[in-house]
Design a protein around this ligand. Structure first.
Ligand code: FSX
Ligand code: SF4
Ligand code: F3S
Length: 405
């Protein structure tokens, strides 16, 4: 199935034509459109007044964008996040909405066959395809640490990127170096924009990123050859204009001074704020708190009880230690609506707590986590307005971070 998609001979067909030919039901497409409306509302100029049927009608007429997808220094998590969707058939549906001309992980061919497929795809779609780059580019020693068919990634990117209509750097690695660029950065890993000039480049950081942000960008480009409005880091504003903290469902606990002190403690089980566990939400721009992963409510780091590590933020992710408490540069006004702190909504189940323990153990070592002591003095110093968000009681309004705003 995937091989036939990658090798699809008929690429200039509309999304509707393709879905009809592949026997995808209208209902599946409508569900897809409603998900897209939540995830990428501005990228597709979708308004509140539109129904999934309206979006489907407009989107169906769009000619499927030709995508060439290259992997450099990565873990393939970006691809996984595109494919691992909760509805059966959703991965297939996504691959019918875009025309994936080349993708090393999904294609059956390898070696010379793959190299020829790449050359043919670039030649056939020169000037018209969108290049999606996953993974960072090593610069050290003329880039010899990452080669594709014997050519350094630096050279491949300059060549193929130069022939693309637009370039999307998917994931934190391709956006600015990501994990490979973490200290001691042995390969001098950088992002696409650091080495490719003269091209329209969209950064969609995240480790992994939300796949619907990518779809929103690709479909907007396919619809009218424009790219979304971007911030100063070339991230689409529709997905990165707010920080996690601003719309976090645990924000009421932050404002009330209710903080988790240790994984599995009462506050953790009750769904309290993870600020003192090193949550980087106040310093991180991304839509995770409102656009969850895999179309499942609450499937995002904080939703399952793990602190945000700031994976979309160049100055934070893989630079600020995972458990270090971030300083608050700005204190946004509390959201106008969020769940009251006494509600049972948002309570972390023992199962979720266990899953977080396993994830954190794998990442940082269970022994380290167990022995980590959160210094009250340190936390106090980095608390908002120099007022400690440490009380845990939530009873003293003077210590509430929001009170100093
Ligand atoms: Fe992995 Fe992608 Fe992280 Fe990087 O995602 S999920 S290491 S951003 O390049 O494969
Ligand atoms: Fe949510 Fe983190 Fe902000 Fe707490 S510090 S409210 S867990 S984003
Ligand atoms: Fe990344 Fe934080 Fe979202 S770790 S996935 S930006 S909640």
């Amino acid at each position: 199935m995937l091989n036939s998609l990658v090798a699809s001979a008929k690429t200039l067909e509309s999304i509707d034509e393709r879905l009809l030919r592949c026997g995808i039901s209208r209902r599946s497409f409508l569900v897809f459109c409603s998900t897209l409306m939540i995830a990428a509302p501005y990228g597709l100029a979708i308004t509140d007044k539109m129904r999934p049927e309206d979006v489907a009608a407009g989107l169906g007429r769009v000619v499927r964008p030709s995508i060439i997808w290259l992997h450099f220094q990565d873990c393939t998590g970006c691809t996984e996040s595109l494919l691992q969707t909760s509805h059966p058939d959703f991965g297939d549906l996504i691959l019918n909405v875009i025309s994936l001309e080349y993708h090393e992980t999904l294609m059956a061919g390898s070696g010379l066959q793959a190299r020829q497929a790449l050359d043919e795809a670039v030649q056939k779609h020169a000037g018209n395809f969108v290049l999606v780059v996953e993974g960072s580019i090593p610069r050290k020693d003329q880039g010899i640490y990452m080669k594709l068919a014997g050519r350094p990634a630096l050279e491949v990117l300059a060549d193929i990127g130069g022939k693309a209509a637009a370039v999307v750097a998917i994931g934190s690695c391709a956006s600015w170096g990501g994990i490979p660029s973490a200290d001691p950065d042995p390969t001098e890993a950088v992002g696409v924009a650091d080495v490719l000039t003269g091209k329209a480049i969209v950064n969609i950081p995240g480790c992994p990123p939300n796949p619907y942000t990518l779809l929103g960008v690709l479909l907007q480009y396919a619809a009218d050859k424009t790219l979304p409005e971007m911030d100063d880091q070339h991230r689409p504003k529709f997905a990165f204009d707010r920080d996690i903290h601003e719309h976090c469902p645990r924000r009421a606990h932050f404002d009330a001074g209710n903080f988790v002190k240790q994984y599995g403690d009462e506050g953790h089980r009750e769904g309290w704020c993870l600020y003192e566990m090193g949550c980087k939400g106040p310093d991180t721009h991304a839509g995770c708190s409102t656009r969850h992963f895999n179309e499942i409510p609450d499937v995002w780091p904080i939703g399952i009880g793990a602190p945000c590590i700031g994976c979309t933020e160049k100055s934070v992710a893989f630079k600020v230690p995972m458990f270090e408490v971030v300083k608050l540069h700005t204190i946004a006004a509390p959201p106008t609506s969020y769940a009251p702190i006494t509600t049972t909504r948002g309570t972390i189940s023992p199962l979720a707590t266990g899953l977080v323990g396993i994830g954190v153990g794998a990442l940082a070592g269970a022994g380290y986590v167990a022995s980590r002591k959160f210094s009250k003095v340190e936390d106090d110093e980095s608390a908002p307005g120099s007022e400690p968000p440490t009380s845990g009681s939530g009873s003293d309004s003077d210590t509430k971070p929001g009170a100093s705003a």
